[in-house]
Design a protein around this ligand. Structure first.
Ligand code: ARG
Length: 467
């Protein structure tokens, strides 16, 4: 990037009424080329659609449009080959490309900006960019859902403790736990799909803010750029950044989900839990403690929401209170969205790799599932079913049995029938059936419950949906 900011001459693109060039510090605060060069492909696509439309409408000649179209493609390959010199004095991607176009093709280049403004130009460029990111997020989420689904399919009936308050609650199945994340990620995916649909209207042709007196065809440019239709109000078109806010909001919720599983992995991979083994590919060692295998990727994934939510809050704060229509404040939108999108895509890829590679310790999960009086609810339910006891009373009787087991230092199935009968004489030997974790999970047959049969049905449903 050339920092030719101190040049005394006025800006070649808009400097007609300026006698002097900007202060160097003004250039530093004003220029966005340092980051919005990332919009080059979208900017060129938008300009090509605009030029073709101008010619079709007889606003510029066919030969000018041809020169513009070819010039823009040549610039595209200059940029992609790393041969393009971005210039701070030309502020942003729009002026950089337009100036280079005129340099290459002469007069015709100066006709491209007819019936257009940088306000609708940046609005369309940025929408195209965010739309692509929605597609990338949808793809990344699908891959991650598949990784969780594969885990679920492997372990539909592996038992593990289910937690509330991170205290042992009831036994559940590994498959069920994995599918909980598939549900979350499916909602994330639908949020990106939904946002994409809503943002798919083309603001190009709103011009500075009021539309244009040239006989442009906004339907044609909208169609050429893959939009469903042109936007309906020119003022809204240049001042709207809802599409970016929706992307960030969906990204934040998604990153929150990733953060929750990341936290489970940190806990589960600890020596105290040993529920899962993370592969070497997703862990790091310690430079001092040779035994360590740290879940760094999981920890970073736990943290990434901070960054994405930070970008979300930043853009809301930037947009808050802005009067119609475009204000330069809005130039601050891009770095936030770029960083959040990069972070999200990396996070999705890392989580997909980690989930694909992790191994559940079935034996450890099974032992843990049976400890902590995890089948107390099954016992209470049995008292209701077999003895017709009101649930509240059954809850109380079970509680006293748990207290007894705790005092003896054993688990519920280790109590003798005689010990149980001292609390209620009606208790029979068949009660021991419900105290086993396998039976416990098998009995949770309510729709969406943890019973392996239910989990298998959900695995089938998701396999169909992801196929
Ligand atoms: N670089 C600007 C942005 O990102 C482009 C729009 C400039 N519009 C203007 N009226 N100065 O917002």
């Amino acid at each position: 990037m050339t920092a030719d900011a101190n040049s005394k001459s006025a800006n070649q693109m808009w400097g007609g009424r300026f006698a002097e060039g900007p202060d160097a510090i003004m250039t530093a605060i004003n220029a966005s080329i340092g980051f919005d060069h990332r919009l080059y492909a979208q900017d060129i696509a938008g300009s090509r659609a605009h030029a073709a439309m101008l010619a079709a409408q007889g606003i510029i000649t066919d030969s000018d449009a041809k020169a513009i179209g070819e010039g823009l493609l040549a610039i595209l390959s200059e940029i992609e080959r790393g041969e393009f010199t971005f210039t701070t004095a030309l502020e942003d991607i729009h002026l950089n490309i337009e100036a280079r176009l005129t340099e290459r093709i002469g007069e015709a280049g100066k006709r491209l900006h007819t019936g257009r403004s940088r306000n609708d130009q940046v609005a369309v460029d940025f929408r195209l960019w965010v739309r692509d990111q929605c597609d990338a997020a949808i793809q990344g989420l699908t891959a991650l859902m598949q990784a969780f689904l594969a885990q679920a399919e492997d372990g539909t009936d592996w038992v593990m403790p289910g937690f509330t308050h991170l205290q042992t609650a009831q036994p559940v199945t590994w498959g069920h736990h994995m599918l909980a994340y598939v549900e979350m990620l499916a909602r994330d995916r639908s949020r990106f799909e939904d946002a994409r649909k809503r943002m798919n209207e083309c603001p190009l042709g709103a011009a500075a803010l009021a539309g244009t007196s040239f006989p442009i065809d906004r339907h044609a440019t909208a169609k050429a750029l893959g939009f469903d239709r042109p936007t309906g109000n020119s003022l809204d078109s240049v001042s709207d950044r809802d599409f970016a806010l929706e992307f960030l909001s969906a990204a934040s919720i998604c990153a929150m989900h990733l953060s929750r599983f990341a936290e489970e992995l940190v806990i589960w991979s600890s020596a105290q839990f040993r529920f899962v083994r993370l592969s070497d590919r997703w862990t790091t060692g310690s430079s001092i403690m040779p035994q360590k295998k740290n879940p760094d990727a999981a920890e970073l994934l736990r943290a990434k929401l901070g960054r994405i939510l930070g970008a979300t809050v930043a853009l809301f704060t930037i947009m808050k209170g802005l009067p119609l229509t475009y204000s330069k404040d809005m130039q601050e939108d891009k770095e936030q969205v770029f960083d959040a999108a990069d972070t999200l895509m990396l996070a999705l890829a890392a989580m997909t790799g980690m989930v694909g590679d992790m191994t559940a310790n079935r034996e450890v999960l099974k032992t843990a599932a049976a400890s902590g009086f995890s089948t107390a609810t099954d016992l209470a339910d049995w008292l209701v079913r077999a003895l017709g006891m009101p649930f509240r009373e059954a809850h109380h009787v079970t509680g006293t049995l748990v207290a007894l087991a705790e005092a003896k230092g054993c688990d519920l199935p280790d109590l003798t029938l005689a010990e149980m009968q001292t609390f209620h004489p009606g208790i029979r030997a068949e009660v021991f059936d419900v105290l086993g974790v396998e039976n416990s999970v098998r009995s949770r047959m309510s729709y969406g419950g943890t019973a392996p049969d239910q989990v298998r049905a959900q695995v089938t449903r998701w396999k169909d949906q992801l196929a």
